[in-house]
Design a protein around this ligand. Sequence first.
Ligand SMILES: CC(C)(COP(=O)(O)OP(=O)(O)OC[C@H]1O[C@@H](n2cnc3c(N)ncnc32)[C@H](O)[C@@H]1OP(=O)(O)O)[C@@H](O)C(=O)NCCC(=O)NCCS
Length: 325
Amino acid sequence: MKARIISTGYFLPERILTNKDLEKMVDTTDEWITKRTGITERRIASEEEASSDMGTRASQMAIENAGIKANEIDAVICSTITPDHFFPSTACLIQHNLRIKDAYAFDLSAACSGFLFALNTAESMLLSGKADTVLVVAPEKLSSITDWKDRSTCVLFGDGAGAAILKKDESGNGIQSTYLKSDGAFGDLLMVPAGGSRMPASPETIEKRQHYLKMKGNEIFKVAVKSMIKAAKHVIKDAAFKPEDIKALIPHQANMRIINAIEKRLSLKDEQIFVNLDKTGNTSAASIAISLGELESSGGLKEGDKVVLVSFGGGLTWAGIALTW
Ligand SMILES: CC(C)(COP(=O)(O)OP(=O)(O)OC[C@H]1O[C@@H](n2cnc3c(N)ncnc32)[C@H](O)[C@@H]1OP(=O)(O)O)[C@@H](O)C(=O)NCCC(=O)NCCS
């Protein structure tokens, strides 16, 4: 018995912010951003669009693709670092938007690894009999915590949402192997310092721009490459996948140089690596969820295909999941 993703959905807001647009906002160039990150444009949500709105749209697509009624879902797990509010949870807001009545919903926080951590939780809930149909949704409005005056971070991030519906499956297809890790010792490499109980919002924290995401980019870079390779290798071996048989490895879409390093170290081919960060930027927890949604929608996944998901994010957290479609 396996937990299997039976459908996916995704949503990207309409507004496109290009590198050329960013040239007018901060001291940067299209050339620097493209060369150092691989990103050429990203989507930015409108003022009225919150994470729950984008998450609802992605979930509606996943529900439609699954051919089920929303009310068949008995658990909603939402992974986001940009919730609408501290509470109620964004999962509860999405549950209400979808008119799911007889269910439980909660948020899970693991930054850019959130979608994989949530898939792992969904798998446990399904295999232990605590739920029959689980919606995992990962919406992010990173533009709401981006410091648009900080060129070292504002060029990297974008908004969007992805969703997946999971059920138990007896065919043998589904999640084959999971690997989750975290190390809080590196928490300060990527964080939003103010607005929580450590440093509640005050005129001073606003003045110092401490409600925005702060990142030590090149320190993160090294840990990200090492950890993602380790996670990918672990699940590929554990699931007994041959590297050449992998249909798609979907890495967290943060930086093309990180993705290239993973491809090289795992001796994979370009066509085995899914990339959309040129058009989306880094969308944190939504990144792999959107990628999976795009890949499925474009007809890129057939039953039995071997897929590897690998993430890295704030916390620090990192994870790998190997599955057969
Ligand atoms: C952020 C990142 C793209 C920066 O690239 P980098 O090659 O490490 O660049 P550095 O931070 O060393 O900066 C190099 C120079 O470019 C400058 N720079 C930074 N951002 C710039 C920008 N947008 N435009 C132009 N110059 C920029 C820096 O000020 C620095 O200038 P200096 O040498 O005069 O001091 C890269 O470190 C990265 O992607 N890290 C991982 C981030 C990540 O994945 N985070 C999410 C994890 S979930």
